[in-house]
Structure formats: C-alpha cells, structure tokens
Design a protein. Sequence first.
Length: 174
Amino acid sequence: MPPITTDRLIAFLREYVKSSGVSVDLLLVGGLALQAYGFAERATQDVDGELIGDPEALAQYLRSQRIPADLGENMSGWSVVAMPPGYRDRASVFVEEPGIRIRLLSPTDFVIAKLRRGTELDLEDAFYVVRRFGVSSSAVQRAAEAAIDVSPKDTALFVFRRTVQLFVERLKPA
C-alpha cells in the first residue's frame, strides 16, 4: 500500500463528501499533520484524527480505499494523559472548502500529543515541530502541566512527566 499524503487525503475526502453528502470536520494528528506542518518526507500509512460527528462512516469509507483510519470524537481520551484544555480552540485551519474542513493542532499541542504516546518516532516528530515552529521548552512544560492538571490521577502521569523532562533536556543546547 503506498503511503498516504495530505493531497491524497483531501482527494478522498472530496469524493466521500460528494458521494455521501456528509461534511467532514477533521482535526488531523499523526504523520499527515506532520506533512501539513511542512515535513513532506514524513511517510504514513493511515489517517489519525479527531472528527466532529460520528467517525464510523468516514473510517469505513477510508478502509474501503485501503487506508487505515484511527478516528474519534475526543482525542484527549486516547491516553490517560489528557490534552491541554483548549486544544481545539487553538487549532488552525489547514483546508477549508465546501463540505471539508481540516484543522491542525497548534505546534505546542501537537508536541504534547506526541509526548503522550512517547514512541521514538513520536519524539522525532515532536522535535521536528519544536525546531520548525520555535516552540520553547517552557511552553512544552506549561502545556504538559496543564494536561496533567486535567488528567485522571494515574501512575501513567509519572511516565509522562519523565518523558517530558527527558524531551526538554534534549532541547537544551549542548
């Protein structure tokens, strides 16, 4: 299966909206968001995002096109660590046309989303966004604390704090 690009996704969404009559409002995360932020070489095989409305019909359509999709109404609930409050309000519009709106997390919120998961690829993605947009270590720390404040108390918060600490240490000049 060839990697999916933002251009291919937009074409698929146009076809979906045309054939279904259902509008799409998607907050894109993951590899496709990274492409939208300017990292064109970032390959991905799937669509990850928060969808306003029922995600099942769109996910089924994408699967019929052989595109895996991880869609939900509330990406904050994808981890024990919540997203920082207001992340939806800080999102920017990447594409807006009749029936389609694709939004992107603010760079700081994207970094937090990646640190919540914390794989090596996620950390690389977060470093790219920090460098590309000049996100400060203090902004990452503030957003992480805001996320922790609204998260259920769980031992996973210790791991997240440690991930954030190590990430911020790697941001410091040598």
